[in-house]
Design a protein. Structure first.
Length: 227
């Protein structure tokens, strides 16, 4: 009987100690597990966005050497698709809040220049700006890069003056502009930008003028992918 009492006493002393060790190990494993708190930590830091933009522009044409066209600034419009990738994540912030991004647009842009001849020049372009962004804050950024342009339409067919005739309808080819600007995008996706686009190339061999523009746009971008 005494042996039974002694064995029972030893058993009661050992079991709680082992139970405590098991509990401590389980708690430690739970804290170290990647599935703690209900899931795996999301390590994706970059955000890809797609949306629509639209706006207006002021077009300026350089001097036409053979004759003074009396060219002046005209107002045009533009609109199309925008694609944006925002890289990195600032400390304590959401993904897609780092200092660097890339922005690409595919726009239809109409540029209008007033003249002293028989009509005003109107040029329709497909424009593709490819811009590198530097984010001063997660929302505000400056942007810089080339804009590739392809001439789609032009009017009038002929410009006539007192002593000159210019075949606007024969203009063809592309254009290259250097773009610098500033833009702002809210967390909800609203987007606004202001840019200056400097023309680097002549419109055509028979019309040696460069077209530069200042533009403002607004739009909305949807976050479509994280990586």
């Amino acid at each position: 009987m005494k042996k039974l009492i002694l064995l029972a006493t030893i058993f009661m002393m050992v079991i709680p100690s082992n139970a405590q060790v098991t509990f401590d190990d389980d708690e430690k494993n739970q804290q170290e597990s990647p599935f703690a708190n209900g899931g795996i930590t999301d390590k994706r830091k970059n955000v890809m966005s797609l949306g629509l933009v639209a706006g207006g522009n002021y077009a300026m044409m350089s001097k036409y050497d053979p004759v003074d066209l009396g060219s002046r600034t005209g107002i045009g419009f533009q609109g199309g698709l925008a694609f944006n990738v925002h890289f990195g994540q600032r400390r304590g912030a959401d993904p897609g809040t780092g200092p660097v991004g890339v922005h690409v647009e595919a726009l239809y842009a109409q540029h209008s220049m007033k003249t002293d001849l028989s009509g005003d020049i109107k040029l329709g372009y497909l424009e593709v700006p490819v811009l590198l962004k530097y984010y001063i804050t997660p929302n505000l950024n400056v942007e810089l890069g080339p804009t590739f342009c392809y001439l789609l339409s032009k009017s009038p067919d002929v410009l006539e003056g007192t002593s000159t005739t210019i075949a606007i309808g024969e203009l063809k080819g592309g254009d290259l502009k250097g773009t610098i600007g500033i833009s702002y995008q809210t967390k909800s996706g609203f987007y606004a930008s202001a840019r200056y686009n400097m023309g680097f190339s002549d419109l055509a061999g028979n019309f040696p003028c460069k077209v530069s523009t200042a533009s403002v746009s607004i739009g909305y971008l949807f976050n479509i992918f994280k990586f």
